[in-house]
Design a protein. Structure first.
Length: 428
């Protein structure tokens, strides 16, 4: 069998196991193919024109074997494309985990592990259905509404003290054992926003994407699947999921501050933004997404990393990278999250390339706007007193300022020391 026929048969095998949509088919082609010509998207268009509905595997193979476009790739290119083996289908186990987990086989075991009665466990798992009119003392969460800088409202769901203790135990004894993907840098030990940004320093192109309502999009079935993959019984997994998810109970006039899609997510069981278990569960739920996007980046000779809901890809190759957005968007939809297309950015070398507030054009550096704002705050503290600048009534505002200064110093020592001198002149 010649190279062209082998390539056609292998590509047909991959295309026959993915959803019959343009973005997914193109994603499959790019992810599993090395040295794909620039008109690779055209062969997908031709395939969909020939077969609007998904045909049998044999028909896809026959189409590719007789495709004049595919044949031209092997006639006119010095390096013919080859199929590499990047799996696109969901694997049965996608959450690597250490073996040392607590032995919990029944609800009785789970209650004993928490030092609770079964009735108390039911209470914290919210087994009964409440609503917006339920008394505050009967609810396990408190809500805080914050206005976003770019418009819109952010909802923080804070678990009350006893539920937070339970969630911290779940995190430390179960979720902390889950091995996160190397490309995930948010809420991971030994990784942070600086390690995320360092993957993209000095690149010709920097592409950034945002997962819309990341925590709220990860719902009950996805969280339960994480606990099932860890080896817990369905009954125990159901209770652990109930303890780590929340259905918002707000009045209609408050819910109206969110758009329709957000309202629907909040009304369903989801990861609450404010619970100690949510970051680790989000990384576990997005592990398959990281696998696929890392594979895509490797195929395209790019760098990929994710910090919470911020996806970043960078490259030194000169090409029109706009095709990546629908491609990544299709993969995200396949993994049951979606992109916020309003936040997609493609920045070239001559523009300010910024990730999570860090400038990465030539080296890691603090963003000038952040530095200027912090300098103004410190100067006003020096002139008018520290409490005049504590507009959010933070309980440890002095430590908060010191932490910000050390963050600036870690990225730009000279500017950090300049802020330190102002800080030391403040009359505390």
């Amino acid at each position: 069998m010649n190279k062209q026929a082998l390539f056609a048969r292998q590509l047909a095998q991959w295309l026959s196991i993915v959803d019959w949509r343009y973005t997914t088919l193109l994603s499959a082609t790019i992810e599993c193919t090395a040295d794909l010509p620039n008109d690779g998207n055209e062969i997908i268009n031709e395939l969909l024109l020939c077969y609007p509905e998904k045909p049998p595997h044999s028909s896809i193979t026959a189409f590719l074997l007789t495709s004049e476009r595919l044949a031209s790739w092997f006639r006119h290119t010095k390096t013919a494309p080859i199929v590499t083996r990047f799996a696109l289908q969901r694997s049965s186990i996608t959450t690597p985990v250490e073996k040392f987990l607590p032995v919990i086989n029944t609800i009785g075991d789970l209650a004993q592990w928490f030092s609770l009665s079964i009735a108390e466990l039911d209470w914290f798992a919210d087994s009964w259905r409440g609503d917006a009119l339920t008394k505050k003392q009967l609810k396990h969460y408190q809500y805080e509404l914050l206005e976003k800088r770019q418009g819109g409202t952010r909802l923080i769901e804070k678990p009350k003290a006893r539920l937070k203790i339970i969630q911290r135990k779940i995190y430390h004894d179960i979720l902390a054992t889950i091995e996160t993907h190397p490309s995930a840098h948010g809420f991971c030990k030994g990784r942070n926003c600086i390690s995320h940004a360092s993957n993209h320093v000095g690149k010709r192109y920097l592409m950034s994407y945002d997962i819309a309502d990341c925590f709220h999009s990860i719902n009950w079935p996805t969280v339960k699947a994480v606990f099932l993959r860890l080896g817990f019984t369905p009954e125990v997994a159901r209770y652990l999921t109930a303890l780590c998810t929340h259905r918002v109970q707000l009045e209609d006039k408050t819910l109206a501050r969110f758009d329709r899609a957000q309202q629907e997510r909040l009304k369903q069981r989801h990861l609450p933004q404010g619970a100690p278990t949510s970051p680790a569960l989000a990384n576990a739920a997005l592990h398959q997404l990281d696998l696929r996007l890392a594979g895509l980046a490797k195929t395209l000779d790019m760098n990929y990393s994710r910090y919470a809901d911020d996806i970043a890809m960078s490259s030194n190759s000169h090409r029109d990278w706009r095709f990546l957005e629908p491609l990544i968007g299709g993969i995200c939809l396949d993994e049951e999250v979606s992109l916020n297309y309003k936040k997609t950015r493609i920045r070239r070398r001559h523009q300010k390339q910024r990730l999570v507030g860090i400038v990465v054009n030539t080296k890691l550096n603090i963003d000038r706007q952040y530095f200027d704002a912090l300098k103004a705050t410190l100067t006003n503290c020096k002139r008018h007193g520290i409490e005049s600048q504590n507009r959010d009534s933070l309980p440890h505002f002095r430590a908060h300022l010191l932490g910000q200064i050390q963050y600036v110093k870690s990225l730009n020592k000279q500017r950090g020391e300049k802020l330190e001198r102002i800080f030391c002149a403040i009359d505390f």
